[in-house]
Design a protein around this ligand. Structure first.
Ligand code: ADP
Ligand code: MG
Ligand code: MG
Length: 249
């Protein structure tokens, strides 16, 4: 079943067109990788999907579960079941992950017309997800992201993802500072949460991340367009040959 359909997506930032007609279809059960040289528009695509108001969509559509995503408020996109890795990068002093996640989960349930989660079920869910991901109970009792190291932020983010249980996870691995531990955390999270009814889009510069996550489909984004799509072998080919052969054939 089709989950996401991006058609002819164009987006502009500060009068400059960055996305120049993106087409992408993601089905249930698939993991897609989006790769490409720096500056090609990968993070812009993630920002547009998240609904970042800095980016103006000038053409195209994004259908998620048969609804137009571009018409939805950013917060509602999450409640519909999309998770974007930089959704909660903020530090919230004095608010623990426990309280933050409970509020987020209950908002999602309210939106879906479901009952609020009981305290005991919430604690059980937290424990289950922590165990699944191997996350220490200390991390979730600390204030959200306050004084977190890069690795802890990553762990936290993957934990949020596990708790919200999205149908489609979109992870933009932007940082050149991602160490091997952080890559492993992300990969373990994506793999642990994946199932036949879910999908993930992993945006990465790092072929190395794909040593830990096996994508079904690999895309190369260049100058605002997807210029090549292939299977897992394409990622290996890119590692070996770089991007030049695609860009200047
Ligand atoms: P990637 O993630 O592939 O490295 P980006 O989406 O970050 O690429 O950037 C694509 C292009 O858009 C770059 O030329 C970048 O300078 C420009 N760009 C992205 N975001 C902004 C912004 N907020 N303001 C101005 N230019 C931007
Ligand atoms: Mg970049
Ligand atoms: Mg980027």
């Amino acid at each position: 079943t089709n989950l996401l359909r991006i058609k002819n997506l164009h987006a502009v930032v500060e009068n400059k067109e960055i996305l120049k007609g993106i087409h992408l279809e993601v089905n249930e059960g698939e993991i897609h990788a989006i790769m490409g040289p720096n500056g090609s528009g990968k993070s812009t695509l993630a920002s547009v999907l998240a609904g970042n108001p800095k980016y103006e969509v000038t053409r195209g559509s994004v259908i998620f579960k048969e609804k137009e995503l571009l018409d939805m408020e950013p917060a509602d996109r999450a409640k519909e079941g999309i998770f974007l890795s930089f959704q909660y990068p903020i530090e919230i002093p004095g608010v623990s992950m426990v309280n933050f996640m409970r509020a987020a989960l209950n908002e999602q349930r309210k939106y879906r017309g479901e009952e609020q989660i009981s305290a005991s079920n919430f604690l059980k869910l937290m424990r289950d997800k922590r165990e699944l991901l191997g996350i220490d109970s200390q991390l979730v009792s600390r204030s959200v992201n306050e004084g977190f190291s890069g690795g802890e932020k990553k762990r936290n983010e993957i934990f949020q993802m596990a708790m919200l249980d999205p149908t489609l996870a979109i992870l933009d691995e932007t940082d050149s500072g991602l160490d091997i531990d952080a890559l492993r955390i992300v990969a373990a999270g994506v793999n642990a949460l994946h199932s036949p009814h879910k999908a993930a889009i992993v945006i990465t510069h790092y072929q190395r991340l794909l040593d830990y996550i096996q994508p079904d489909v690999v895309h190369v984004l260049y100058d605002g367009k997807i210029i090549k799509t292939g299977g897992p072998d394409l990622a290996l080919e890119l590692e070996e040959k770089g991007y030049d052969w695609l860009v200047n054939p």
